[in-house]
Design a protein around this ligand. Structure first.
Ligand code: AHM
Ligand code: MG
Length: 334
C-alpha cells in the first residue's frame, strides 16, 4: 500500500486547490499532534491516573472529568506558540483564550471540544476531539468573543479524532473528507480514506430514546414511523445505535450511513438541545456535508446559523441526506 501521510496530503491539497496555506497546514499539524498526545493519555486509562471526576464544573454546569481538563490543556499548550492563531475557544472554558503577548499573533481562530463523549471516558468506550477553524475578521487587533461568532459556512477547516480500537483523524478543508489512521509504531497519520461518502439511503438511526416522552411531535412522528417497521408507513425494518459519543456516532455514519439526532425537547423549552453549535454541530456539519450528507437543526441548515453566543446550543439532525430531509420536512409542516 502506498502510504500518504497527513503532511503530504496537506501539501498536495494546497497545490491542487490553493486551500491550505502554510499557516493553516501548521495549525492542522499542531492540532493533529495534540490529538496523538491525547490518544496516548486516553489509552493509558487507569495506569495514567487520568480517569474519574476532576470535581469541577464547566461553564455549562457539567461535571468535568480529569481527562476533559488534561486534554484542554494539551490543546492550549500545543497551539499557543506557533504564530498561526489569534485566539482559541473551548467547550471547557468560559471565555476565549487569546494567544499570550510573548508569541506572534496569527490569522486563525481555533475552537474545540477537547474530549467529546465525556460520559464514556471511564467505561472504555470510544471518545474523541472535535475542532473547527475560522479566520479572524479583517482588521481585528485584540480578539474578542464576537470575532468567533461566524456562521459555520465560514469554517476553513474542521475535523475530529476518534479514540477507539483505532485512533483516526477525520478532516475537511472544504474539498471532501479524508481520514488518517494513527500508525502507533511510527507515530504518524496515514491516509486510510481518500473521500468519505455518506450513503444517501439508510436503515440505521441514532437518538437517545430515553428522552422520547419529551420529544416534540415532528421527532415523535419520524421515530414512530421508523419503529413501526415493515408494516408501518416506511414499509421497512430499521435498526438503532447510540454510542453517546457524537464522534463515534458520526464516524459510524460517515462509514456506513445513518441519521443522528439530538433534538430540542419539551423539558427546557428555552434550551435548543444539548449539543453546542460552535464546538460540535458546526464542525460535524461541515464534515457531513463534505461527505455528501446533510445537517439541519430541524428547520434550517446548521452551517447557515448566525451564532449569537460562544456556548450556544442547537438541535442536530445529520447524516444520510434523504432521512435528514424527511425529518426536517416534518418540522416544517408543523
Ligand atoms: P460532552 O461534550 O459533554 O461529552 O457531551 C456531548 C455528548 C455527545 O458526544 C453525545 O452525542 C451526547 O453528549 C450524548 O448525550 P446523552 O448522554 O444524553 O445520550
Ligand atoms: Mg465534551
Amino acid at each position: 500500500m502506498k502510504r500518504i501521510s497527513l503532511t503530504q496530503h496537506l501539501i498536495e491539497e494546497q497545490r491542487l486547490h490553493n486551500s491550505i496555506p502554510a499557516s493553516l497546514r501548521l495549525l492542522i499539524e499542531v492540532v493533529s499532534r495534540a490529538c496523538k498526545t491525547i490518544s496516548h493519555a486516553v489509552g493509558k486509562g487507569e495506569l495514567g491516573e487520568v480517569l474519574g471526576s476532576a470535581e469541577s464544573e464547566n461553564v455549562q454546569g457539567e461535571v468535568q472529568k480529569k481527562l476533559d481538563i488534561i486534554c484542554n490543556d494539551y490543546l492550549l499548550q500545543a497551539n499557543e506558540w506557533g504564530g498561526h492563531l489569534a485566539a482559541m475557544a473551548s467547550e471547557e472554558m468560559e471565555t476565549i483564550h487569546p494567544i499570550p503577548n510573548r508569541y506572534p499573533m496569527g490569522e486563525y481562530l481555533l475552537l474545540f471540544d477537547p474530549l467529546d463523549g465525556s460520559s464514556n471516558i471511564d467505561v472504555n468506550v470510544s471518545i474523541g476531539t472535535i475542532f473547527s477553524v475560522l479566520k479572524a475578521p479583517e482588521g481585528m487587533t485584540t480578539p474578542t468573543e464576537s470575532d468567533f461568532l461566524q456562521a459555520g459556512t465560514r469554517q476553513v477547516a474542521a475535523g475530529y479524532a476518534i479514540y477507539g480500537p483505532q485512533t483516526v483523524l477525520v478532516l475537511t478543508t472544504g474539498n471532501g473528507v479524508q481520514a488518517f489512521t494513527l500508525d502507533r509504531e511510527m507515530g504518524s497519520w496515514v491516509m486510510t480514506m481518500q473521500q468519505g461518502t455518506i450513503p444517501e439511503e439508510t436503515k440505521e438511526y441514532a437518538i437517545n430514546a430515553s428522552n422520547a416522552r419529551h420529544w416534540y411531535p415532528p421527532v415523535q412522528r419520524y421515530v414512530g414511523e421508523l419503529l413501526a417497521g415493515k408494516t408501518g408507513p416506511r414499509g421497512t425494518d430499521v435498526t438503532m445505535r447510540w454510542v453517546a459519543s457524537m464522534v463515534a456516532d458520526v464516524h459510524r455514519i460517515l462509514t456506513r450511513g445513518g441519521v443522528f439526532m439530538y433534538p430540542a425537547d419539551a423539558r427546557e423549552p428555552d434550551k435548543p438541545g444539548k449539543l453546542r453549535l460552535m464546538y460540535e454541530a458546526n464542525p460535524m456539519s461541515f464534515i457531513v456535508e463534505q461527505a455528501g450528507g446533510a445537517a439541519t437543526d430541524g428547520k434550517q441548515r446548521i452551517l447557515d446559523i448566525q451564532p449569537e453566543k460562544l456556548h450556544q446550543r442547537v438541535a442536530v439532525f445529520l447524516g444520510s441526506r434523504s432521512e435528514v430531509e424527511r425529518v426536517t420536512g416534518y418540522h416544517r409542516e408543523e
